[in-house]
Design a binder for this molecule. Structure first.
Ligand code: BG6
Length: 281
């Protein structure tokens, strides 16, 4: 059981480097959370780092890191009384590492500290090049089927919330968690942020584009049917201890996920999904 190990006084942070593109990435084994991706392609543009990491993020290992790419598993918080699961606060082991790639593993037994009764292994392969690829490989190591939800809760840094749009959502059915309405249809081909947004889009296309003032991020997802778009706006942000009240202006979350139809995994079954992020002008 990896997440029952005592936490070190200071959490370990690993930096990967891709020499050809002069890009760097920081990742914490705590939660297997990538917290920064410094890409030369975005240098001298509006976004310094591709990812937002809150100045108030708790980096002590007591709670999920607010920013970068926390991993949501085995459940997505569909209601306020639920959480995004325990993977983002578990201590992961390093399986393989090179200069520009790392694989971390979270192994869970049925007798672990959480009340999740199903054993599994969860491998997370991170590969840095001109783009950033993250692959999730979940294996049922137990004797009974289980089902789960999963998402990559990516916080993208933006020059200002007024400047960004998300393309790829038009015509999709979504649940609006703010308005508490289901079966809504997205009308906008360039979705802009003017208030709190918390939406789960179903059967989203595999290519979504987050456009900022001077650059765009292409999110290409594989085997993640859904997409979540979240920004807490001013009131919610000021209620959150690990955000500054005006931080809502500095990020948007666009999350690739398997949410609407939980994935059913038979004994020895393996599920894979991935996300490829790239920056373009
Ligand atoms: C989003 C959810 O994925 O994450 C929101 O749709 C939630 O409802 C947000 O508020 C942040 O969640 P948390 O647990 O990291 O505060």
């Amino acid at each position: 059981m990896t997440n029952s190990a005592p936490l070190p006084a200071t959490l370990e942070r690993i930096t990967l480097r891709h020499a050809a593109s002069q890009s760097e990435l920081d990742i914490y084994p705590f939660g297997a959370t990538i917290t920064a991706w410094r890409s030369r392609q975005a240098a001298n543009r509006s976004a310094k780092d591709i990812f937002f990491l809150s100045e108030r993020a708790d980096l002590s290992g007591k709670q999920a890191i607010r920013g970068g790419i926390p991993i949501i598993f085995p459940q997505f918080k569909a209601r306020p009384d639920q959480t995004h699961g325990f993977a983002r606060t578990a201590m992961w082991n390093i399986l393989k590492r090179s200069e520009d790639s790392i694989t971390l593993r979270f192994s869970h037994t049925s007798t672990g500290v959480t009340n999740w009764p199903h054993p599994f292994t969860f491998d997370y392969e991170v590969t840095l090049s001109e783009s950033l690829r993250t692959e999730l490989i979940i294996t049922n190591t137990g004797a009974t089927e289980f089902s789960f939800q999963c998402a990559l809760h990516t916080y993208f840094a933006v020059s200002h919330i007024d400047e960004v749009t998300v393309a790829g959502l038009a015509g999709l059915t979504y649940t609006d968690k703010v308005a508490r309405r289901e079966n809504c249809t997205e009308a906008s081909s360039a979705f802009a942020f003017t208030q709190e947004v918390d939406r789960i889009y179903f059967n989203a296309p595999d290519r979504l584009v987050l456009r900022d003032k001077a650059h765009a991020i292409i999110l290409h997802k594989t085997n993640f049917p859904d997409a979540v778009v979240w920004n807490p706006w001013s009131v919610k942000a000021s209620e959150m201890k690990d955000l500054k009240p005006d931080d809502y202006q500095r990020f948007v979350c666009v999350e690739a996920g398997a949410i609407a139809q939980p994935i059913r995994l038979a004994p020895h079954g393996v599920w894979r999904a991935s996300q490829l992020l790239s920056v373009s002008s």
